[in-house]
Write a protein that binds this ligand. Structure first.
Ligand code: PEP
Ligand code: MG
Length: 880
């Protein structure tokens, strides 16, 4: 028979998939003898079975819960709902991967009108009893039954105001008792039923609520954003309560064994005296730094330090620990590997290698490739920052420099972002409902909350800039503005946030590219020693090329020459070339372009030194260059000395219904060989000039959009004829390669033939995805969202390589190509070349390199190292 419920003493940290992260760690801590309040975990399998049973709890499960509860009651010497000395429990969700957005916690479960008196007597503290009761009603109603929190908070605020109190702690037992009655009335009004008084019924309702929360929209969004499978289910942890709110020798807090923002090896945390857990996270009162615990309760502090060190040693990673002190007795309620910024992730990983805790391989595996991207992003320019108007200072909750227009709720942020605006989300405090807005925003600013508030934790997890607890701003979310002194910042106004200092600036402060150094470099040296796959970049200008080299690019895998044609002073000559009615007229236009192209290539060769440079000949549909505006047509007609009407007719003639499948790529060279001839000339002459400067260049000339070997043979002959002729006439010995992109399915299928004419292949997975799926690259996003929502596609195939289909074409292309040309060099230059799961795939199928945009180069380097390490350890690499 399946076992669905485990006491903490029955589990271990290895049982994460069954007990969830929280449950497995509670079990582990219990086993190693830490002071964990006893309890039990209902498994993730119970959750998945609950969905199979049409969301009903079945009798075997109920029996098991009852029997574990009885065990717990026996251990504690207390009974749930008892009139004299009742057991109270907390109920928390706990998935395999920690997931904000799901039901989090219900505390004080088991209270009713009778047991509350029991608590009052047993603890000799009526205030505590009624404070716990009113919290329970509010939390149960909010997290289990979806009654909005503010309905209760409004009553609490009104009572405080009437009584002239400032803090919740000033409420007396009688005040709290009156609140309980009012809260119950709200519950009845909202739900249409009395607040449940039977503690076992409360427990089952809470268990059901946890299971249901697995599939609430926020949780689904979070899983989608974080690649967490939807079928894992969540566990439920039922734990006996300890009280942080019994008085001044009690409290509750959260601590990280190292600083989660910077990675500094120093305990970092905060706590509140006389409070329960949710007070810290909700950020209603501003907590004290953990250091002050030393003075408040020295013995508890020493014990806590001992335990934090023990936990870090045990888990060999930075821990995020929740604790409660009840009358000077310390309890540990949770430990988990702490969420951290990417900067902290790198620093902690490198430090832990140096401390001898983990291996270099483990350190590298701990760095999520995607997240290093955050380290490469801009910082505020020093001078601009000094000149900027400092509006306010909050807590430096998550580093980064963000500037954008302010919006006061998640929906507006998402809407503005989809129009291409850079946005900042400004809130009193955030909650899981804000998740989509937080994703859309460049940065987050909250008026309330500490370093462990929702905004801070989630922003750090996402690597987003966040300033939290900025108490000097007065936010009116509904009216859409905030005020600092007499300055008002309205919706749509620009501000800038510095998440490393907590500063908030008026207006948009200029930003600059960062320099990588220190521990990041150390880590990247390890990364490079572990990977086989080379990493090149897609760059069209010397500036981009230099940036990519700084980021570790080992060559250029794709230089799109058409980008050079778009510059303002060139476009007239390009248009002349396209619209020319005769060879002679076209040659005149090409002659104007030749020196410019030559200079482009010289600049790029110089920037790349002796690294490989792959230059792709002209690719896009010609209509992209055609003049649209009347005034451009008139000007061009003048320059070409032809009649405006003739020019218009020619423009018309060149329009295509399906330009992406039209006259583009190598097809242009079939009809106008002189275009590729000019480009080949510019490349070879540029290379000769640079070679004369002492740089040993070996250009790789790439022909796009090939579909058949004969097409390649023909186009290649245009290139080689020009190139060989120039080299023969020069006094320089220059080698060059000619290869092709594989981006049309037919090319992949006939790659054995094509490889006979090519020295290298570069898979253009953007077009290969477009043509393989038959999805227009430019329009598919109009419907792909629905495909993802309806589970037809797991991911946007233009971002994440569809390994099963398009990937199969790539694999086939490699195998067929190498079967006839064993020396064929293989790479990829579609956007997928910088996406971690696609990079891992490229490693597995044996490509020589991936090529991606400069900022993705470090991401690809780490992903390539992960692929090699996983292969070595025999781990099945995740297929997406
Ligand atoms: C591709 O198709 O994958 C490619 C790299 O070329 P482009 O994006 O320029 O079409
Ligand atoms: Mg392409």
């Amino acid at each position: 028979m399946t076992k669905y419920v485990y006491s903490f003493s029955e589990g271990t940290k290895e049982m994460k998939s069954l007990l969830g992260g929280k449950g497995a760690n509670l079990a582990e801590m219990s086993i190693i003898g830490l002071p964990v309040p006893p309890g039990f975990t209902i498994t993730t399998q119970a959750c998945t079975d609950y969905y199979k049973q049409n969301k009903e709890l079945w009798s075997e499960l109920l029996d098991e819960i009852k029997s574990k509860l009885a065990e717990l009651e026996q251990t504690m010497g207390k009974k749930l709902g008892d009139k004299s000395n009742p057991l109270l429990v907390s109920v928390r969700s706990g998935a395999v991967f920690s997931m904000p957005g799901m039901m989090d916690t219900i505390l004080n479960l088991g209270l009713n009108d009778e047991s509350v008196e029991g608590i009052a007597t047993a603890m000799n503290n009526p205030r505590l009893a009624y404070d716990s009761y009113r919290r329970f009603i509010q939390m149960f109603a909010d997290v289990a039954m979806d009654v909005p929190k503010y309905k209760f908070e409004a009553i609490l605020e009104r009572t405080k105001e009437q009584k002239g109190y400032h803090y919740d702690t000033e409420l007396s037992a009688d005040d709290l008792k009156a609140l309980v009655a009012e809260f119950k009335a709200v519950y009845k009004l909202e739900i249409g039923q009395d607040f449940p008084s039977d503690p076992f019924e409360q427990l089952l309702m809470a268990v059901r609520a946890v299971f249901n929360s697995w599939n609430n929209p926020r949780a689904i969004t979070y899983r989608r954003l974080n690649d967490i499978p939807h079928d894992l289910g969540t566990a439920v942890n039922v734990q006996s309560m300890v009280f942080g709110n019994t008085g001044d020798k009690s409290g509750t807090g959260v601590a990280f064994t190292r600083n989660p923002s910077t990675g500094e090896n120093k305990l970092f945390g905060e706590y509140l005296i006389n409070a329960q857990g949710e007070d810290v996270v909700a950020g209603i009162r501003t907590p004290q730094s953990i250091d002050t615990l030393k003075d408040n309760m020295p013995a508890v502090y020493d014990e806590f330090i001992r335990i934090t060190q023990l936990l870090e040693d045990h888990y060999k990673d930075m821990q995020d620990i929740e604790f409660t002190v009840e009358d000077e007795k310390l309890y540990i309620l949770q430990t988990r590997n702490g969420k951290r910024t990417s900067q902290a992730a790198v620093n902690v990983a490198v430090d832990m290698v140096e401390e001898g805790r983990i291996s270099k391989e483990e350190a590298v595996l701990r760095i999520e490739p995607e997240r290093v991207n955050e380290l490469l992003h801009p910082k505020f320019e020093d001078k601009a920052l000094k000149a900027a108007h400092l509006l306010a200072k909050g807590l430096p909750a998550s580093p980064g420099a963000a500037a954008g227009k302010v919006y006061f709720n998640a929906e507006d942020c998402v809407a503005a972002n989809s129009k291409g605006e850079r946005t900042l989300l400004v809130r009193l405090e955030t909650s899981p409902e804000d998740i989509e807005g937080m994703v859309a925003a460049e940065g987050i600013l909250t008026a309330r909350g500490g370093m462990t508030s929702h905004a801070a934790v989630v922003a750090r997890g996402m690597g987003k800039c966040c300033v939290a607890g900025c108490g000097s701003i007065r936010v009116d979310e509904r009216a859409g503005f905030f005020k600092v002194g007499d300055i008002t910042v309205k919706e749509g106004d620009y501000i800038s946030l510095d998440g490393s200092t907590g500063s908030v600036y008026l207006g948009e402060v200029e930003r600059v590219e960062p320099k990588l150094s220190g521990k990041f470099e150390t880590l990247m040296t390890w990364v490079d020693g572990m990977r086989r796959l080379k990493v090149r970049t897609n760059a069209d200008t010397p500036k981009d090329a230099r940036l990519a080299v700084d980021f570790g690019a080992e060559g250029i895998g794709l230089c799109r020459t058409e980008h050079m044609f778009f510059e303002a002073e060139r476009i007239p000559a390009v248009r002349e070339m396209i619209l020319a009615q005769s060879l002679e007229a076209r040659m005149t236009a090409l002659a104007k372009l030749l020196p410019m192209q030559r200079e482009d290539f010289i600049g790029i060769f110089q920037a790349m030194g002796e690294r490989a440079v792959t230059i792709r000949l002209l690719d896009p549909p010609l209509h992209e260059f055609l003049p649209r505006e009347e005034k451009d047509i008139i000007e061009l007609a003048k320059a070409m000395s032809i009649h405006v009407d003739d020019l218009k007719a020619r423009v018309e003639e060149l329009q295509e219904f399906n330009p992406m499948l039209g006259h583009r790529g190598c097809r242009l060279a079939v009809t106008y060989p002189e275009i590729y001839a000019m480009q080949a000339q510019a490349i070879i002459e540029g290379a000769i000039a640079v070679k004369k400067e002492g740089i040993d260049v070996k250009p790789e000339i790439m022909i796009p959009l090939i579909g058949s070997v004969k097409e390649l043979a023909y186009v290649k002959s245009i290139v080689t004829e020009v190139a060989d002729d120039i080299i023969a006439k020069s006094d320089v010995k220059l080698e060059y390669l000619v290869g092709t992109m594989i981006e049309i399915p037919r090319a992949a299928i006939t790659a054995d033939e094509i490889a006979k004419e090519a020295e290298f292949f570069s898979f253009g997975t953007n077009d290969l995805t477009q043509m393989g799926f038959g999805f227009s690259r430019d329009d598919a996003n109009k419907f792909l969202g629905e495909y993802e929502e309806k589970g037809i596609l797991e991911k946007d195939p233009f971002q994440v390589l569809d390994q099963a289909g398009i990937g199969k074409l790539v694999k086939m292309g490699c195998e067929l190509g190498r079967s006839t040309n064993p020396h064929l060099h293989l790479g990829i230059c579609g956007e997928h070349g910088g996406e971690p799961s696609s990079v891992e795939f490229c490693h597995r199928i044996g490509l020589d390199y991936v090529s991606c945009s400069p900022f993705r180069v470090p991401v690809a380097r780490i992903a390539a190292a992960h692929a090699a390490l996983k292969e070595k350890s025999g781990e099945q690499v995740r297929d997406k």
